[in-house]
Design a binder for this molecule. Structure first.
Ligand SMILES: [Ca+2]
Length: 317
């Protein structure tokens, strides 16, 4: 009996993921995306399902990493959690800089396998794999918000292609990551098109408890901006669906080992404030168009995914 128990315990320890989250928190800054806060909240609430080894900050939604750290600390305090937070690159130019984020990640990887979630630019992770290539084997999976199908993307509401911001924001980092041959999983924007965090979901969320009431209140301006463009009720909390890949993997439809590459293509994406060039690089995946690199690609997420998240939050509040 004791032997069986020991085996079960050992198995459990082995199955317990060590996770790291690298993101660009704009939450709390005027008219900035709120999605990282939702991702961080979800990661923290489900902390009993894995070991959160560290959090690291990167440029993107804002280059102000002191602000990002302050806001992260605020969320940690509200949820009564203590996790190490490391500042990383505040611009893509800092890809050559060994920041506290790179060192923190290095130390964590030296202690064993780590699943890395990236919902911002890949700058920090690229610096790590470039300077410490012997540690790449300890990244069991790198889950990244980005990528699109080479053969064409389905449009949001039949008319809009959102830009692939994390790719556009640091192409050098993308190249470095592809060359590292790390086990890369892409959660693309197209998989999230039907997952609108609308008024009804926001109302339900705010009723969970005072924390969610606060989170919801702070998201109202973002909802208002989405109402101006792309003219819908609610917003897509992109980054949340990077973290829920860890907790609700059964909701994700993913294919393994597709060809992935950077391709210079006609720009079909649109943004209300940014004028992009006519042609630009896209991180593309394809089943048939061969390339030297491969990645896993999650092309869709179950339509009940938001409902499942709300149930999870109700249970953990
Ligand atoms: Ca983000």
């Amino acid at each position: 009996m004791f032997k069986v128990l020991l085996i079960v315990c050992t198995f459990n320890l082995l199955a317990f993921d060590r996770v790291w989250f690298d993101y660009d928190l704009g939450f709390g800054k005027f008219a900035h995306d709120v999605d990282d806060a939702y991702a961080l909240t979800h990661l923290l609430l489900n902390h009993k399902n894995y070991e959160i080894v560290g959090l690291s900050l990167v440029h993107g939604n804002t280059t102000d990493l002191d602000f990002q750290k302050k806001q992260t600390q605020l969320i940690l305090n509200k949820l009564k959690m203590k996790i190490s937070v490391f500042k990383g690159a505040s611009s893509k130019e800092e890809i050559t800089k060994i920041t506290p984020a790179v060192l923190g990640l290095k130390n964590a990887l030296e202690k064993g396998k780590l699943k890395v979630f990236s919902s911002g630019r890949l700058t920090n992770i690229a610096t790590l794999v470039h300077f410490y290539p012997h540690l790449i084997k300890n990244i069991s999976e790198l889950v990244f918000l980005g990528g699109r199908r080479l053969e064409g993307v389905s449009k949001f509401k039949g008319k809009i292609n959102f830009p692939d911001t994390n790719v556009d924001g640091d192409l050098a980092a993308i190249i470095t990551i592809l060359k590292s041959k790390v086990n890369l999983t892409l959660i693309p924007v197209e998989s999230m098109h039907d997952l609108l965090w609308n008024s009804r979901v926001m109302d339900e969320t705010s009723q969970i408890n005072s924390y969610f009431k606060w989170l919801n209140k702070k998201s109202k301006l973002w909802k208002f901006l989405w109402n101006l463009w792309p003219r819908v009720d609610g917003f897509i909390p992109w980054d949340l669906f990077v973290i829920t890949y860890e907790t609700h993997k059964e909701d994700f439809f993913c294919e393994k080992n597709l060809y992935v590459d950077l391709k210079y293509l006609t720009n079909t994406s649109s943004h209300p404030l940014r004028a992009d060039p006519e042609k630009k690089f896209f991180l593309t995946v394809s089943k048939k168009n061969q390339s030297l690199y491969k990645a896993n690609y999650c092309s869709s997420i179950d339509s009940n995914h938001i409902l499942n998240i709300l149930k999870n939050w109700e249970k953990l509040r």
